[in-house]
Design a protein around this ligand. Structure first.
Ligand SMILES: [Zn+2]
Length: 435
């Protein structure tokens, strides 16, 4: 391979529809996932030819593997160490943002013993991010895109984690934030989103009504200059999930995991993890070997696992009813892509009941000291179920994702409490059988 410095790494300057130019590192264009139609980088998310989803197309043609590896390893302990692989400006690390990522990859030997895993079991614990969920990764990407496109207000529709992540990121970066949520959300989620000082608007209606309202606002003069992280900035936002794949491989010593268990809400995270793993192979940063990606859902919202088990290519929407609210998307946009990836890599999609989710939260907490939110209970519970059914090989290296902090979903384990109540005397302590 011809050696080339990183300075020449296909940094492109592309004109947007508003005639301004943006420099987003190796991002070359937006490409339709369905028909391949390409458009210049801009705040658009749907293909003008077929209405398919747009995603970032990169130009990685000129690079030197070892130089890139050295540059990443010398980078900051956050997602910006991977800036050469992300749609962000080269100087992104010097800008005010929450700098999420580089969360712990916990070697979970105690959990491995409980589950009978002998090939190495790891928990990628994303509760360590600034607002305690993986959403900080995707919002950080959207924020940089918003900056590049000249937006001054950051917005989203949310039912919880995302609202907090957007509020916090906007506060740090000096953006106005205006976030829309259903008006009757739990008090805890409202406080977590409101504390950062941005505007928080309750919409009289459910999450679908909130989404519909945001779509109307984007097309209205009232929404001009607004970057909706999960709508008009979605192609950039979604790329943040690739950093999970990069970190897992680097933390394993630049090695692909054999198996990885990922929660499914919209399915975007799983598809981007696959994209990230493939990029590392293409760039020569990891050895090309087979890996399997498994998707995890709650039984009360399992449109993708239902389709997987039925052998279908299309995902039939469901009405969610589960304690895993951060995964409760009944009509997941990336569901069909998840089915493709699970089948292509030899993985599977499985679901667990609410009771199994709670059991798994407690199992992870008592074996590894990690208090996961319900989505983490879903991945751990599904891992156990996949081992029991023989679909996941316990002799292979396995990584399980925990995407959020258990403090966000305390209700799920509300029955957990005191072992005993005693008088402040040793006699009482002994009587309680605790000596
Ligand atoms: Zn298209």
């Amino acid at each position: 391979m011809r050696r080339k410095g990183l300075a020449s790494m296909a940094v492109q300057t592309v004109a947007t529809s508003s005639d301004t130019t943006v420099d987003l590192g190796p991002a070359a264009a937006l490409s339709c996932r369905e028909c391949g139609h390409r458009v210049p980088l801009g705040p658009v998310f749907a293909c003008e030819e077929c209405f398919g989803p747009l995603e970032i197309a990169y130009e990685f043609s000129a690079y030197d593997t070892e130089e890139l590896r050295r540059r990443i390893e010398a980078g900051p302990a956050n997602i910006w160490r991977y800036a050469p692989l992300l749609p962000v400006p080269a100087d992104v690390a010097g800008k005010p943002n929450l700098n999420p990522g580089w969360t712990k990859l916990v070697q979970a030997d105690n959990l491995a013993r409980e589950l009978g895993v002998t090939g190495g079991l790891y928990v990628k614990d994303d509760s360590g991010n600034p607002t305690h969920s993986f959403k900080d990764r995707v919002v950080a990407q959207a924020l940089e895109a918003a900056r590049a496109f000249g937006f001054t207000t950051l917005s989203c529709s949310s039912t919880g984690n995302l609202a907090g992540a957007v509020g916090a990121a906007a506060a740090r970066a000096g953006f106005r934030s205006c976030v829309f949520i259903p008006h009757d959300l739990e008090q805890g989620k409202v406080v977590m989103a409101a504390v950062y000082g941005g505007e928080l608007v309750g919409i009289e209606g459910n999450y679908d009504d909130v989404n519909r309202f945001c779509s109307e606002l984007i097309g209205d003069p009232a929404g001009e200059g607004w970057g909706f992280v999960n709508v008009n900035l979605r192609p950039y936002y979604a790329e943040g999930s690739k950093t999970l794949a990069y970190e897992i491989c680097e933390q394993l010593g630049w090695r692909l995991p054999d198996q990885i268990v990922v929660p499914i809400a919209s399915g975007s995270q799983l598809t981007k993890i696959d994209k990230g793993l493939q990029e590392l192979v293409k760039l020569g940063l990891v050895e090309d070997r087979p890996y399997k990606i498994f998707g995890a859902q709650a039984e009360g919202c399992s449109p993708v696992s239902t389709a997987y088990k039925a052998g279908h290519d299309v995902v039939r929407p469901q009405k969610p009813d589960t304690i895993a609210k951060s995964l409760a998307i009944g009509n997941p946009a990336d569901g069909p892509y998840v089915l493709d990836i699970a089948r292509r890599t030899g993985g599977a999609v499985e679901d667990v009941t609410d009771e199994q989710i709670v059991d798994a939260i407690k199992l992870l907490a008592r074996t590894e000291g990690i208090f996961a939110e319900t989505a983490g209970g879903v991945t751990v519970g599904v891992t156990r179920k996949l081992i029991e059914s023989g679909l996941l090989d316990p002799a292979l290296t396995t990584v399980v994702l925990n995407t959020g902090d258990g403090l966000k979903t305390l209700d799920a384990v509300a029955g957990t409490g005191l072992t005993a109540t005693i008088r402040p005397t040793l006699d009482s302590f002994r009587e309680a059988g605790l000596a």
